[in-house]
Design a protein. Structure first.
Length: 404
């Protein structure tokens, strides 16, 4: 065998891996090394970062289309997980977390698990009780029904929807879910504003320590601004000692009907939420958490942008009839609620008016330009300016008000 020094004087080279003598025409570049055919065949390319690694140092897993892919260990640690049930490796965006902190894949969830209709946690089927409840919620249900049963319904109570609008041509409807903590005895007085529950109703929510969730019927943006008793509701709750923003439990969820949303619209909405996550954290007034996972964008797969591995994502696509925005913290400030509703409404319009070249990257400045001069979004523009995220479209000296 020739030495490396001898090989330099000929067309022969030495493999940096196994030190075999090879013709330079039969060599391959692997990262910073020159290797022979046999050694090259022992390497693979990471489907995420594009670097080459030994096959034995890579992790095999499936993407969202069921195709086999390979990640290096670092990329797998950052973007993958191993199912605690079946042991398969999957992409992290399809991780489903059970009530006890285990991570399972979608297949195991569909075969062996369920989501409790009351607390929203995920349990193994052996903990299933009647009516879609886990053991704890099923046993607590009788006690909850006795307290304020005339005014606060069970979780996921679904009356027939009553649609409210001002202008006949307006067809984009939105719904509000506001969680509040406080003395539930006030429910009797609060429900008097509901027009016999034709505007909103109240529900128990096990994620709250002591309170309820206020759920509205579908309304257009103009109806919320001009006719819905949102200011009276907010003032009544605040005057009676309720809290929402200043808690660790309360969220504000905004739903938009899927009826007017195309598949493309929903993909764009998912991309927007993923690419502009830092700004939405400021807008929503809270960090991403167990009930609101950050929206992750899968490279090279636009369709996955409208997929939710569970309902607990910043934007949730799992509902049959609505897309749900979950990244807002609760509040008793009615202008903040209206700003949140205006954001969802304006995002739908922005996605319908802009193509993928704009939305497939961070595009907050383009979004701010879109809403800056529109009268219907002035509450939102003022709010974003107050939060310092209106970019080059900031107003002059906004009035600063604290959150309730």
């Amino acid at each position: 065998m020739v030495t490396k020094d001898e090989a330099e004087d000929s067309n022969m080279i030495i493999c940096d891996n196994c030190e075999a003598e090879i013709n330079s025409d039969d060599s391959y570049q692997v990262n910073d090394n020159i290797v022979c055919q046999d050694c090259y065949d022992s390497y693979g390319t990471c489907d995420y970062c594009g670097s080459m690694y030994l096959h034995d140092d890579m992790v095999a897993l499936e993407d969202s289309r069921g195709d086999d892919i390979s990640y290096c260990q670092n990329c797998f640690d950052d973007h993958g997980f191993t199912c605690n049930d079946c042991g398969d490796n999957r992409l992290d965006r399809y991780r489903i977390e059970t009530y006890d902190g285990n991570n399972i894949c979608q297949d195991c969830y569909e075969n062996d698990y369920f989501t409790c209709d009351n607390c929203g946690e995920i349990f193994h089927n052996d903990r299933y009780c009647d009516e879609g409840y886990c053991e704890n919620c099923y046993h607590d249900e009788d006690e909850e029904e006795e307290e304020n049963s005339d005014y606060i319904h069970d979780y996921h109570y679904k009356p027939r929807s009553v649609f409210h609008r001002v202008a006949k041509e307006e067809k984009l409807y939105l719904g509000i879910e506001l969680e509040v903590e406080g003395n539930t005895d006030y429910a009797e007085d609060l429900i008097e504003l509901s027009n016999s529950e034709n505007l909103f109703w109240l529900e128990h929510d096990s994620s709250l320590n002591n309170g309820f969730e206020l759920v509205t019927h579908p309304c257009t943006l103009e109806y919320y601004v001009k006719q819905f008793p949102l200011e009276q509701i907010s003032k009544g709750l605040a005057d009676n000692g309720f809290k929402s923003h200043n808690t660790d439990t309360c969220g504000l969820h905004i739903h938009v009907g899927k009826k007017l949303l195309t598949n493309t619209d929903q993909i764009k909405m998912g991309l927007f939420v993923g690419f502009n996550a830092d700004k939405l954290k400021v807008l929503g007034r809270r960090d991403y958490n167990h009930y609101c996972h950050k929206k992750e964008i899968e490279k090279g797969n636009l369709q996955a942008a409208k997929y939710s591995p569970s309902r607990y994502e910043a934007i949730n696509f799992t509902n049959d009839n609505t897309v749900e925005f979950r990244f807002f913290k609760g509040t008793l400030k009615h202008s903040t609620i209206l700003a949140s509703v205006q954001f969802v409404h304006s995002l739908v319009k922005f996605c319908k008016n802009n193509g993928f070249p704009t939305i497939i990257k961070p595009c907050w400045d383009e979004y701010c330009k879109f809403i800056a001069d529109k009268k219907e979004y002035m509450i939102l523009v003022t709010y974003l300016n107050f939060k310092g995220i209106m970019g080059n479209f900031n107003l002059t000296n906004p009035e600063k008000e604290g959150e309730i």
